[in-house]
Design a protein around this ligand. Structure first.
Ligand SMILES: [Zn+2]
Length: 153
């Protein structure tokens, strides 16, 4: 999906959900789509400020739940005290993550079996699955070779 189509969907989502369409919200949205990898709220703030210098940290934190609510940005909880995000309208939760346990580098892989697995396990208990996730802790090449990663995020 093209960025323009995504932006249009975001505008529609804002309007339908009763949120005002503000330049700051659109700047944060654009910033999320400019970063092609996983990002934190702080990285999103830096990127959004390049587009609109009036974007504040508070606005970013208030806008992130709106972005994830629109399903155009995915939240990835890796069990830390902060979350990662990914602008990814198409893949939903059919993705598994492999994370370096030292530098937090995240690799995403398609995992179409996840949904099937979630529903077959849930159905044994008569439950309806809502979401499922798979995360694998790993050591990146740099960690394996030198015992530490330079790129701590
Ligand atoms: Zn690493």
């Amino acid at each position: 999906m093209k960025i323009d189509d995504c932006r249009e969907r975001f505008r529609t989502f804002l309007a339908d959900s009763g949120f005002r369409i503000t330049n700051q919200r659109l700047a944060i949205f654009d910033a999320a789509f400019r970063i092609d990898n996983h990002f934190t709220a702080e990285e999103l703030l830096d990127e959004a400020r390049k587009i609109d210098s009036s974007v504040s940290r508070a606005t970013v934190y208030r806008t992130l739940p709106i972005l994830t609510g629109s399903s155009l940005v995915r939240e990835i909880d890796v069990g830390k005290d902060f979350k990662f995000y990914l602008a990814n309208p198409e893949k939903g939760n059919q993705q598994a993550q492999v994370l370096c346990e030292d530098c937090d580098k995240i690799f995403e892989i398609d995992a179409p079996f996840l949904e099937w697995y979630g529903s077959s396990v849930s159905s044994k208990f008569g439950l309806k699955p809502v979401s499922q996730r798979l995360q694998i802790s790993a050591q990146c090449t740099e960690y394996r070779e030198s015992g530490a990663c330079k790129n701590h995020s």
